[in-house]
Design a protein around this ligand. Structure first.
Ligand code: GTP
Ligand code: MG
Length: 452
């Protein structure tokens, strides 16, 4: 079986590049309106090609977020301290651990992981970035939400740090972060102060049912990133006894191994998925901007078709010709709108469009029936009132089709064969129950159903 990670990684690169090429060719006035999205897409392209995986740490103040990152990094790169609010701004650092996980731990978990994802022979070396953030309770309301949204939105993996068992507010924050369709590890730090804690007992202590559903003990890791000093009794050769304070070494090996095993097996998949999800969001914003930009021209196109349909249907004396013209002009309208916007014609939610086309034809048939049928095939003149009715219904049915076509085209923009939504949906089928991305499936499915 071909390497699934590599396959989706390549597809994600192709998807972002093709989006960039397409939207960079739009008229200059429209380009100015989507500049921010184009820049973000270009950032995603760079992130993919490096490839760079971003790990962001979240939690309330003083839980040891910075200490956990320092211990992972192996150096005191982020300031830490006993006062609340030591970290005031997000900061990032590149981390280059040896990506081959400890074989003992890797083989412990290998039976839980699909063999197709074990192969990393042909995978590019992932670079990592650790992002430290201020405590979620340090910054106030709106800016906190914006900061969390922005950083968590970009991050490929989230570490949520608590000090020992979580407080209810932490469970709530965890549940909120879990809604973001991002893989999440719950790091239970300061484990030196809670020697009896285990991942299993912590999982059992979760009271929030949504959190219970999306976490498992495997995503809970205990650490002691900066253990409190301990008193050590020294007996010297001359008989003296002294009590000294010693700093125990940080205990983050379990987190390090969990991360390395995860990155080794799912890293490229996580990165590809996250980039595709962000591309999907950006492209939906671009689609909105395009729909607004071409709004007037699209209205003019619709009006032209509606009036043409009304006139031709009223003038034609044959029912069969009326119905044929009605159907043809409805389809022409869909094609012209697709051309006007430059959106692809896809199979996504096409049933809705077919239904409206059928309703339009049905309405036309009813109008013909109501205004006199051409029984002998020689045509009938339905009278002026009948003609007016046929014309009005022709225009009305065309307007129904116009509206349905616009919704269908905007919805379908991300659903081309190499479109972001198509690839995300295909990726969903690759998730196996042992993978961390598996628990994201419901949240990801929701993003697929969302409207632009
Ligand atoms: N006992 C113990 N103390 C720890 C541990 N990890 C961190 N600390 C201490 O907890 C305090 C807060 O650590 P920080 O890393 O600054 O915490 P933070 O979450 O980054 O805090 P803010 O930046 O203020 O939000 C420091 O005094 C650390 O020494 C640990 O594993 N055990
Ligand atoms: Mg900090």
């Amino acid at each position: 079986m071909p390497d699934t990670q590599r396959q989706y990684y390549d597809s994600a690169i192709a998807c972002v590049s093709s989006r960039l090429t397409r939207y960079q060719q739009v008229p200059i006035e429209l380009k100015a309106l989507i500049q921010a999205q184009l820049e973000a897409l270009s950032g995603l392209q760079q992130k993919l090609t490096q490839p760079l995986l971003q790990i962001a740490v979240f939690g309330l103040v003083s839980r040891g977020k910075s200490a956990v990152l320092n211990a992972l990094f192996g150096d005191a790169i982020f300031p830490t301290g006993p006062l609340n609010g030591v970290t005031q701004w997000p900061r990032a650092v590149r981390w280059s651990p040896e990506l081959a996980p400890n074989p003992a731990i890797a083989s412990d978990q290998s039976d839980q992981l699909p063999s197709s994802h074990l192969s990393s022979i042909h995978l590019p070396k992932i670079q990592l970035e650790l992002i430290d953030t201020p405590g979620l309770d340090e910054i106030s309301g709106e800016s906190r939400a914006v900061m969390a949204q922005e950083i968590a939105g970009c991050a490929d993996l989230i570490l949520f740090v608590t000090a020992g068992p979580p407080m209810p507010i932490e469970q709530q924050a965890l549940a909120e972060l879990a809604q973001l369709a991002k893989p999440l590890l719950w790091v239970v730090n300061k484990a030196d102060l809670y020697p009896d804690l285990t991942a299993e007992s912590l999982y059992q202590s979760i009271t929030d049912p949504t959190l219970q559903a999306i976490l498992s003990p495997r995503e809970i890791v205990l650490t002691a990133a900066a253990p409190a000093p301990i008193q050590v009794r020294h007996e010297w050769p001359d008989g003296r006894v002294s009590l000294d304070w010693e700093l125990p070494v940080p205990q983050v090996a379990a987190l390090q191994q969990t991360l390395l095993v995860l990155l080794h097996r799912e890293g490229l998949l996580l990165l590809s998925l996250n980039v595709l999800l962000q591309t999907q969001t950006l492209e939906r914003q671009i689609v909105q901007a395009i729909a607004t930009f071409y709004g007037e021209q699209a209205s003019a196109t619709r009006w032209r078709i509606w009036s043409l349909k009304a006139v031709l249907v009223s003038l034609s004396p044959w029912v069969w010709l009326d119905l044929l013209l009605s159907g043809l002009l409805d389809i022409v309208q869909v094609r012209q709108l697709a051309q006007r916007y430059g959106f692809p014609v896809t199979n996504h939610r096409i049933e809705g469009l077919w239904k409206t086309l059928a309703i339009s034809l049905g309405l036309m048939g009813a109008a013909e029936f109501g205004t006199g049928l051409d029984i002998d095939g020689l045509g009938v003149f339905p009278g002026l009132a009948g003609l007016a009715t046929q014309g009005a219904i022709a225009a009305y049915s065309a307007s129904l089709v116009g509206r349905a076509a616009q919704t269908y085209l905007a919805d379908g923009a991300t659903w081309e064969s190499q479109g972001s939504s198509t690839l995300i949906q295909a990726l969903l089928t690759e998730f196996e129950s042992t993978m961390i991305v598996h628990r994201l499936s419901p949240a990801i499915t929701q993003t697929l159903d969302a409207k632009p």
